[in-house]
Write a protein of this length. Structure first.
Length: 364
């Protein structure tokens, strides 16, 4: 089966670049070597992403996050990208968006995707034989909306290139989130209305159950869950339940034409997995099971994709046994083929579903 291109719906590039000084224009292995005698691997795991691995793995498009945590969720003195109020969040998210602009201005193999035309040009570059001619498209995704000080600021974020917004990571002034449940607030409802006016895509990963269920019905634009696994396969898990999607949430998302990206963090693939268990006890079979559950539940392969969350607080030591870097994402397609998925459905899962969602959600 030919290897399809891949769209990864969740990578925390800017956070890692600014918090850990990771250089994503070099290889992941070079970053590991540079970090060998530092505390970074214990804080954020072994680096899994680099330009050479993205190219080798045929990762054509990455939803690239703007992420900072509220001060109450600070992990240690090393965790510098935290905010005490919306003004600090605005500054941190702005710096990360600036990083993506610099990365694309200074390195021609990275390109910001702001329109469907940009997407088509990036994808067309992968038809060229010369690897140097291929581009990796970056779609800015705001993970938690605390950086939007007022819904009227949405226009500014759109002008700067933001195309996807999630209302919550932890709880925000707009919605309940992971570990901090609650409904949409009145400000959250105002924000959704403004987002719809500007044609933004709504990311429902990290939304609390209550805010998810209202938002998926209320929002008039395109909806998705960039990195969320089925809750049904983690029944014994003691983690916060709102970090995964119930079957009802998956069905509701699919009914709106949404897509859920499967996370490749072992803790979200195998119930009760912990770091001392080692990576060898989680395999591609666990990834396929998550994908297959969504396909069986929704009746097709049209509503699931990849949202790896690589370098998002974990590294190679906490990814499935077969995966060392982002270059290995294509192994998921091979595993799906062995499970009986046809080439057309494999292509949908690896990139096609995200491609169609972007075409619906991006301006021309």
């Amino acid at each position: 089966m030919p290897v399809p291109i891949i769209i990864d719906a969740h990578e925390d590039l800017a956070y890692n670049a600014l918090n850990f000084n990771r250089n994503y224009t070099q290889s992941a292995l070079a970053t590991r070597e540079a970090e060998r005698d530092t505390a970074i691997p214990s804080q954020n795991g072994q680096c899994m992403i680099g330009l050479s691995e993205l190219l080798l793995g045929r990762v054509a498009v990455v939803f690239s996050t703007l992420f900072a945590a509220p001060l109450r969720r600070k992990l240690g003195e090393w965790d510098k990208l935290v905010y005490a109020d919306s003004h600090q969040a605005y500054r941190l998210y702005s710096q990360q968006l600036d990083y993506y602009h610099r990365l694309c201005d200074e390195h021609r193999q990275f390109r910001l995707i702001g329109t469907a035309h940009d997407l088509d040009e990036v994808l067309a570059s992968w038809e060229k034989e010369e690897i140097e001619a291929r581009q990796i498209g970056l779609v800015p995704l705001m993970e938690g909306a605390d950086g939007i000080r007022d819904p009227k600021e949405v226009e500014w974020w759109v002008e700067r290139g933001t195309r996807i917004i999630g209302l919550a990571w932890a709880g925000t002034r707009y919605a309940g989130g992971t570990g901090e449940p609650g409904p949409l607030t009145n400000d959250g409802r105002r924000l959704l209305a403004t987002m719809a006016d500007f044609g933004l895509i709504l990311d429902l990963s990290h939304a609390s159950d209550e805010s998810f269920l209202e938002a998926v019905d209320r929002y008039e634009g395109v909806v998705m869950a960039s990195h969320s696994n089925p809750r049904a396969l983690l029944k014994e898990e003691t983690q916060r339940p709102e970090r995964a999607l119930s079957d009802d949430m998956i069905r509701r998302l699919a009914s709106r034409g949404g897509v859920a990206g499967v996370v490749l963090y072992n803790r979200f693939l195998k119930a009760n997995w912990r770091a001392p268990d080692g990576k060898s006890v989680v395999a591609l079979d666990h990834v396929v099971a998550m994908i297959d559950h969504i396909c069986q539940l929704t009746g097709s392969a049209d509503h699931v994709g990849i949202g790896s969350d690589f370098d998002g607080g974990f590294g190679a030591e906490s990814a499935p046994a077969e995966m060392d870097t982002v270059a290995d994402l294509g192994l998921i397609g091979s595993a799906l083929g062995e499970r009986g998925y046809g080439a057309k459905d494999v292509e949908k899962i690896m990139s096609g579903n995200w491609r169609q969602l972007l075409r619906r959600g991006l301006p021309a």
